[in-house]
Design a protein around this ligand. Sequence first.
Ligand SMILES: Nc1ccn([C@@H]2O[C@@H]3COP(=O)(O)O[C@H]3[C@H]2O)c(=O)n1
Ligand SMILES: [Zn+2]
Ligand SMILES: [Zn+2]
Length: 248
Amino acid sequence: MSLQIQMIGTGSAFSKKFYNNNALVFCNGFTLLIDCGATAPRALYELDFPLTQIDGILITHIHSDHVGGLEEFAFRLHYAYNKQRMKLFVPSTLLYSLWHHSLRGGLENKAEGLMQLEDYFEVIVLDEAVTTNLSPDLNVELIPSQHIPEKPSYSLLLNEKVFYSSDARFDGALLVELHTKGRCDYILHDCQLTSPGVVHACLDDLLTLPESVQEKVMLMHYDDKVDQYIGMTGKMTFIEQYTLYDFR
Ligand SMILES: Nc1ccn([C@@H]2O[C@@H]3COP(=O)(O)O[C@H]3[C@H]2O)c(=O)n1
Ligand SMILES: [Zn+2]
Ligand SMILES: [Zn+2]
């Protein structure tokens, strides 16, 4: 089984250098895009990566750096790619809000009978805390994360190998448990470089992890001043935009 990840952006919500924190996951011929922020279409263009090579998009929560590119995806698939309906994996708790609070304003078109998310995407609803196969060889468990109070948001466990925090406040107990139970070999974690984190894990929080856990951590969702923090991340490293990583 091969599992590779290429971040098409590694930046915080306000980063102007590294684009929105979204990831391409490649697993035995299946390509998943984790989150589709406003900069995703631009990043894919720079990579010369056609939309149609993506088999599905999974949404972790509703902030524009994670869903802001979906309107363009929907319009292009519909109008430029002959009404192709890409798979859209949506946690059940986000389903209503994704259409009614985020996408409907731009995508609803009564004249053309485009009235719901399913008119643009093949919507596949995911439940939390169970393992779901996204493809024959790629499975995911949605782990509810604490991000914005009262706003559902999910971290992902891919193939019991890669933990992908998406946007989450620091939960050291969870990371240590995943490590000690042998449930992940790699931890891709959002990292706000300055303290306090408030709605994200911050570097000072992540540095409290035992070194054995830090060795698994690759930091993402960082701001444009990341150069100033090179060498200050303990055993943790920064994941780089566009580099293809093999997670064996
Ligand atoms: N209490 C909050 C709430 C939000 N924010 C910022 O808004 C951004 C929304 O996208 P994000 O990627 O979740 O990062 C959030 C914070 O930068 C913040 O800094 N403090
Ligand atoms: Zn974000
Ligand atoms: Zn967020």
